[in-house]
Design a protein around this ligand. Structure first.
Ligand SMILES: Nc1ncnc2c1ncn2[C@@H]1O[C@H](COP(=O)(O)OP(=O)(O)OP(=O)(O)O)[C@@H](O)[C@H]1O
Ligand SMILES: [Mg+2]
Length: 294
């Protein structure tokens, strides 16, 4: 058995349920620096981040960077600190130590609104949608940051507010077409199957027109076909819009298939960083997934 099949088998047994067989989702691997894709300069630089909750050290001295236009995966067993890392980047958690530099500006403490207006959007591991609202209205909430008219004009839908609303709705319709959810535009999100709700959550994040998109397990709980669709959307977003993607994902087949570089966390520490090939052959990473070291 090769190193790669060992780690994938280990992940399949440790990760969340409803994982499809990794090998079925894997296609040819594309290393970051080859092919048509051009990876740019560092856009997001995470330095020496430490975060604890009381006695629990969720993150210990984590550093890694994300380059413009890359798909950067964060992987690791359950409880490794992956979601906490995204929460530090988008200002939900305040790390006790370390800095985050985004487009050359350094922060030790970002607030969520500031992060969003600077161009970082995210989706959530546990969906944060308005279940009783339609697909289109949920995605419209992603436009809020960009709505300029004052609330009074918006409420009356007159003059510039009306024109602005039309423009935003057109933008949202494009996203709906892109994500192929036209048939459900007016459906309440709570009535949709889980896989489609994840797609709506992605639409809401895309409506913010982010430069960096943080995706927390966008494929969790999906069947094989839904995972393939979601992988294709992530690749298309990265390719067509040039959006930089930071992706937390448990399915090693998906990670190997679509990411340019991978950070590996375990018990809040970074134990690996490199191309998918480097990471899958890293003995520390293999033992973390098999639970044999420490
Ligand atoms: N708000 C919080 N309060 C207390 N402890 C927390 C909080 N958020 C995270 N933790 C703890 O920090 C550690 C890392 O959790 P985190 O959710 O970041 O892991 P994860 O890698 O995303 O795991 P999973 O794969 O299960 O989603 C865990 O021990 C968790 O219990
Ligand atoms: Mg998580």
């Amino acid at each position: 058995m090769s190193g790669s099949s060992t780690i994938e088998a280990a992940m399949a047994s440790r990760a969340s349920p409803a994982k499809a067989p990794a090998a079925e989702t894997r296609a040819a691997q594309v290393p970051a620096q080859t092919g048509a894709k051009v990876i740019g300069d560092v856009i997001l630089d995470v330095k020496n981040i430490s975060l604890s909750f009381g006695g629990v050290k969720a993150l210990t001295d984590i550093s890694f960077d994300v380059r413009e236009h890359e798909i950067r995966a964060i992987i690791g067993p359950n409880g490794a600190g992956k979601s906490s890392m995204l929460n530090c980047i988008n200002g939900v958690y305040t790390p006790q130590q370390g800095t985050i530099t985004f487009k050359g500006k350094t922060f030790s403490n970002m607030d969520s609104y500031q992060v969003a207006s600077m161009g970082i959007a995210r989706t959530f591991q546990n969906l944060a949608l308005f279940k009783g609202m339609s697909v289109i209205d949920n995605i419209m909430t992603g436009r809020n940051l960009r709505i300029k008219s004052n609330i009074f004009l918006q409420a009356l839908r007159i003059g510039p507010a009306e024109r602005e609303e039309i423009r935003h709705r057109e933008f949202v319709e494009h996203i709906i077409d892109f994500l192929e959810i036209q048939a459900f535009r007016k459906t309440a999100v709570g009535q949709l199957p889980y896989g489609l709700q994840k797609r709506v959550d992605l639409g809401r994040a895309l409506a913010m027109e982010p430069q960096v998109l943080l995706l927390d397990e966008p494929m969790a709980g999906m069947n094989l076909e839904e995972k393939q669709d979601m992988s294709r959307f992530v690749l298309d977003i990265n390719d067509e819009f040039g959006t930089t993607v930071v992706l937390i994902e448990h399915d090693m087949g998906v990670v190997m298939d679509i990411s340019d570089r991978v950070v590996v966390l375990d018990y809040g520490k970074k134990i690996g960083d490199g191309t998918p090939e480097e990471v899958r052959n890293n003995p520390d990473v293999i033992s973390a997934y098999l639970g044999t070291s420490h």
